[in-house]
Design a protein around this ligand. Structure first.
Ligand code: ADP
Ligand code: MG
Length: 497
């Protein structure tokens, strides 16, 4: 675009410069039609280019972010339990939402500007070389200066972008904690404390953003100034009679015009650098996340239906990245079809033992054998298909009661089976009384139900799974003794089958 405009300038000036002869006159009439049409032509081509450029960039950019998000979520579902203890949910969420969003800006905006303005710069400079290569070479002298500044700015942009992303994680983190714990915040007067925490996180984000803007605001005019210096020198040299003598007036105007037009695309290229660096920093954190180690799943033995005999052999266990041995050479035998109750003080390691069976954590010392085979040798999905679990911390998903009982592999279960499981879990009484029965929405994390009701829904889910290994980790802690006894009886009769 700009190079052609510079060429036009040359045409116009040269046409006007050579009046007199008849030939030149007709030349002028021809050019009078040709030049405006030429201008319109350029804009039509440019318009089409802009349209397809923007749309296809969006097409590519959104596809890339979409793929990244899906890949990240797929990764999320394969990460070991230990990952979730080391990283707060707010930070993981912000990676999935904010960081991916930064990549799209980089892809669409930066690439578009890079292509368009980069080509413009090359075109303009090529035109200048063509018109007067000696003068143009002077521009090359400033490249090292610009490179140093751009290099410094890029590093700083990258560093600040990382800080902004971190601060964004902090913001999501504090907010999600305050939302989940809103009752505690209210009762224990945590308002001021939480507000301060949020203020700090948001402020740290703002400060990094301002620093980023400061670097950008300094960076752009400095580079503009260097370019202007080069331009001024070139014009000064060009006006030297010895040099300008060799050029037609048209060439001269076009050369200066092209040189002048260089400054806008150069500025845009400098400005886009910050977005590019933001995108790179985000991409780095995303790829680090995608490179996280998945759960170990090297076992190859398929286990369609296990008997459920569990043997702990001298199992010693410490949580990852800690030294404290929670289990010290524990031996335990649990024949298939039997019930074992672990009783002990809180913090004694009962939940830890429960967590080792489905291999939420790896046993480093000793072994757990299921039906005589080391649990590590089973395929992870295969092993887990044989285990039903009701956690200390009940998890209900935002959906209907039916979806919560018939969850995952059980999604195809018939209403008959679901109701039977709900009855065994002593949950059918209250589900039946709900206006919409099994279709009642449980709300986020089941907040619309009482603790005991939530536990009974979770127990129904475990019973419906009908697995050979059933783990109940304080699953009836929120139940009255009558409900608990009813569930015990139901479980006993289930085990006889
Ligand atoms: N994810 C974890 N990381 C590090 N230590 C843990 C983790 N979970 C539990 N612990 C520690 O393991 C010990 C046993 O906990 P747990 O098995 O939950 O006890 P119980 O269920 O018997 O009350 C506790 O001292 C606790 O501090
Ligand atoms: Mg426990």
């Amino acid at each position: 675009m700009e190079p052609t405009l510079a060429y036009l300038l040359q045409l116009i000036v040269d046409t006007l410069e050579s009046p007199g002869s008849e030939g030149a006159r007709s030349n002028l009439t021809e050019d009078r039609i040709f030049i405006p049409l030429f201008i319109l032509g350029i804009f039509v081509i440019r318009g089409i280019g802009t349209f397809f450029g923007s749309y296809f960039m969006a097409l590519i950019g959104t596809k890339l972010v979409f793929d990244l998000r899906v890949d990240m979520f797929n990764k999320l579902s394969e990460l070991p339990s230990s990952y979730f203890h080391g990283e707060s949910s707010g930070r993981i969420l912000s990676k999935l939402t904010f960081n991916t969003e930064q990549v799209i800006g980089s892809v669409t905006q930066a690439v578009r500007v890079l292509l368009r303005e980069g080509l413009t710069v090359i075109g303009l400079f090529g035109f200048m070389l063509y018109t007067n290569w000696r003068l143009s070479l002077f521009f090359i002298l400033i490249i090292p200066f610009i490179a140093v500044i751009v290099g410094y700015a890029s590093k700083r942009f990258r560093k600040l972008s990382k800080r902004i992303q971190n601060a964004m994680g902090g913001i999501t983190d504090v907010a999600s904690e305050a939302i989940k714990g809103q009752e505690v915040v209210k009762i224990f007067g945590g308002k001021t404390y939480e507000r301060k925490r949020f203020y700090d996180a948001a402020y740290s984000n703002r400060r990094s953003q301002l620093k980023m803007e400061l670097t950008k605001s300094l960076n752009v005019p400095i580079i503009q100034f260097i370019v202007a210096t080069a331009l001024a020198t070139i014009i000064w040299l060009a006006l030297d009679p010895d040099i300008s003598e060799n050029m037609t007036a048209g060439h001269f105007v076009a050369f200066i015009g092209a040189a002048g037009m260089l400054s806008k695309p150069l500025r845009q290229l400098t400005e886009i650098n910050s977005i590019l660096q933001k995108g790179l920093a985000a991409a780095q954190s995303i790829f680090e996340f995608l490179d996280e180690k998945s759960e170990k799943d090297q076992g190859e033995i398929q286990a369609k239906s296990l008997q459920g005999e569990l043997v702990f052999e001298k199992v010693s266990f410490a949580y990852p990245n800690t030294d404290k041995l929670i289990l010290d050479k524990v031996n335990l035998v649990l024949p298939a079809g039997k019930t074992l109750a672990l009783v002990g003080r809180s913090g004694g390691g009962k939940s830890t033992i429960a967590n080792l069976v489905p291999r939420f954590y790896d046993i480093e010392e000793g072994a757990l054998r299921v039906d005589g085979i080391n649990a590590k040798d089973y395929g992870l999905d295969d092993l887990r298909r044989n285990i039903a679990l009701v956690n200390q911390k009940i998890v209900l998903f935002n959906g209907s009661v039916r979806e919560n009982i018939a969850y995952g592999h059980l999604a195809e279960a018939s209403d008959e089976d679901i109701i039977a499981a709900a009855k065994a879990a002593n949950a059918w009484d209250f589900i039946e009384k709900l206006e919409q029965g099994l279709d009642t929405q449980v709300g986020e994390d089941g907040t619309l139900f009482s603790g005991g009701q939530r536990q009974r829904i979770a127990i129904a889910r475990a019973i419906l799974k009908d697995a050979s290994i059933l783990i109940l980790d304080e699953a009836t802690s929120a139940l009255d003794s009558e409900s608990e006894r009813a569930i015990q009886q139901a479980l006993n009769s289930l085990m006889k089958d």
